[in-house]
Structures are given as structure tokens and as C-alpha cells.
Design a protein around this ligand. Structure first.
Ligand code: PLP
Length: 221
């Protein structure tokens, strides 16, 4: 598999206004470097230890997106090293990122992960839970976190209608939050959805960030 060729192909297929995050989890630095040399700068990792090791070895102009479930005891080491933490799935995690970012003197950009898929093992705020949190208003106290948008996943199914409905639901939550709180959340403008198997539908439904792993790097070991 020619990884550099794959990334070039994706650059052509994916509309120019949509950011491709190359999901490099489980793949070695050598594979990441092949796409880096082909011009790719945004990468996605899902495990803290693996991310930190790669981050140390790779060029500093990479934009690292953290996309995996983040345990609260693993927040501190990644603060200041990410371009975007896409997988903020609880209020507790959000507030911890705020505190650790304040201590480190940085502002951390995040997406709120929303759960619309059928699988119970997936993470994220349920839509009502997120709306409840925003209504309650304490997000206005966040000084060291920029809420930049919504991330989500569709149900893992062959049923394209279900996938489309999930992405449409994510878009509708994104739009609702933007309409209600956009003036207070000036960075709120990203909708990250779509992976190797379903990104074209996600783009049709309004994604401006897609996270593509196996279609670029091959199967994960
Ligand atoms: C692994 C992963 C991806 C990429 O999945 P592929 O099917 O390999 O493209 C995207 N998003 C998240 C949150 C992931 O964990």
C-alpha cells in the first residue's frame, strides 16, 4: 500500500474546505512520515502513551488531534501538545482540561463529542445532556478552553440511511448550539464526523473535519 499516494488521492477526493485528519493510531512513525512528506499535517491519535511517544519524535509543525476516550488521570500530560482534543465526552473532563490548561498557562481547543450512534460502548454526551449543560451556563466560566464544535460517530452499519440519519442528527445539534450560543462561543465552527467507511455521507451532511485512518494507512495491527 502506497501511503503517500493514498493521502494525495484523498486530498483530491475530499472537498478543499474539509480538513482531513489522518488517523495514525497503531501505525508507526515511519508511516506517518510518509504522509508528512506528502504534505499532510493533521494527525489523529487515540491513546495517550502512543500519542506522547510519537509527538516527541515527529516534526513540531504537526497538528495533533486527540480523538480517543480520555481518562481523567491522563489529561495533564497532553495539555499544550494538542491542536484539538476532539473527544471531550463529559463535563468532568471538560472542567479538568480547563484546570490543567490554566495551570499550564495555555488555552486548549476542544470539540464536544456527542453520542447519537446505536452502539452503547461509544462515548459522548447525549444530545439532551449537552443542551442541559449549556443551558445551565457554567461554560461561560471557561477561560482556558475554546469550545470549537462537535465531534461524533455514526452507527457502525451497512445501512446508509441510518448512517446519514446519525450525521444529520449531529449536524442538527451543531446548528442548534451555534444558533443559541454562537455569539458566546466565537470559535464554535467545526463539525468533525466521518471515517474511512462513511466520510462521503458525512461531508454531504455538513462535516468540515473528517478522520480517516485505515483508508490511508491500511489495516491497524
Ligand atoms: C480510529 C478512529 C477513526 C478512523 O477510523 P478508520 O475507520 O480507520 O478511518 C476515526 N475516528 C475515531 C474517533 C477513531 O477512533
Amino acid at each position: 500500500m502506497n501511503i503517500a499516494e493514498n493521502i494525495r488521492k484523498y486530498r483530491e477526493m475530499v472537498p478543499a474546505n474539509v480538513e482531513i485528519v489522518a488517523v495514525s493510531k497503531f501505525h508507526p512513525v515511519s508511516a506517518i512520515m510518509e504522509t508528512y512528506e506528502a504534505g499532510q499535517r493533521s494527525f489523529g491519535e487515540s491513546r495517550v502513551q502512543e500519542f506522547l511517544e510519537k509527538e516527541k519524535m515527529m516534526p513540531s509543525d504537526i497538528k495533533w488531534h486527540f480523538i480517543g476516550h480520555l481518562q481523567t488521570n491522563k489529561v495533564k500530560p497532553i495539555i499544550g501538545k494538542t491542536s484539538l482534543i476532539e473527544s471531550v465526552d463529559s463535563i468532568r473532563l471538560l472542567e479538568l482540561i480547563e484546570r490543567e490548561s490554566a495551570k499550564a498557562g495555555v488555552v486548549t481547543s476542544i470539540l464536544l463529542q456527542v453520542h447519537v450512534a446505536a452502539e452503547e460502548e461509544k462515548f459522548g454526551f447525549f444530545p439532551d445532556e449537552l443542551k442541559e449543560y449549556l443551558k445551565e451556563g457554567s461554560f461561560r466560566n471557561l477561560k482556558n478552553v475554546n469550545i470549537c464544535g462537535i465531534m461524533g460517530m455514526a452507527t457502525n452499519t451497512e445501512d446508509g440511511n441510518r448512517v446519514r440519519a446519525d450525521f444529520a442528527a449531529l449536524h442538527s445539534i451543531y446548528q442548534e448550539v451555534k444558533d443559541m450560543y454562537g455569539s458566546e462561543l466565537p470559535k464554535f465552527r467545526h463539525l468533525s464526523m466521518g471515517m474511512s467507511g462513511d466520510w462521503p455521507i458525512a461531508v454531504e451532511e455538513g462535516a468540515d473535519i473528517v478522520r480517516i485512518g485505515s483508508a490511508i494507512f491500511g489495516d491497524r495491527i
